[in-house]
Design a protein around this ligand. Structure first.
Ligand SMILES: [Zn+2]
Length: 94
């Protein structure tokens, strides 16, 4: 009895955490599809997800042709480039 009531909340928390890290944020192991650098933007599309570093995301968005294609493809965008800025600031101290 006690085991059951104790185990449930722990499992629930773990599940929520995993789900969150998979759907809402990019991890260090996520890499840009173009250059292999750490990805900071995820574009969720009808046929799959695309990952881009800040540089290549800018490049696509600044190219009218790529931009149009991307807009047609994307359903949702996860933009975590604020992390890039934080990383640079941290890196400059090392
Ligand atoms: Zn890139």
């Amino acid at each position: 009895m006690y085991n059951k009531t104790m185990a449930r909340p722990i499992l629930k928390e773990e599940e929520q955490e995993q789900e969150k890290s998979l759907t809402d944020s990019l991890r260090v192991i996520d890499r840009c599809d173009r250059c292999g650098a750490q990805a900071f933007v995820m574009i969720k599309g009808s046929t799959g997800d695309l990952l881009f570093c800040g540089h290549h995301y800018d490049k696509i968005m600044n190219n009218p042709d790529s931009y149009t294609k991307m807009m047609a493809f994307m359903l949702e965008i996860v933009d975590e480039r604020h992390k890039l800025i934080q990383n640079k600031l941290v890196g400059s101290h090392n």
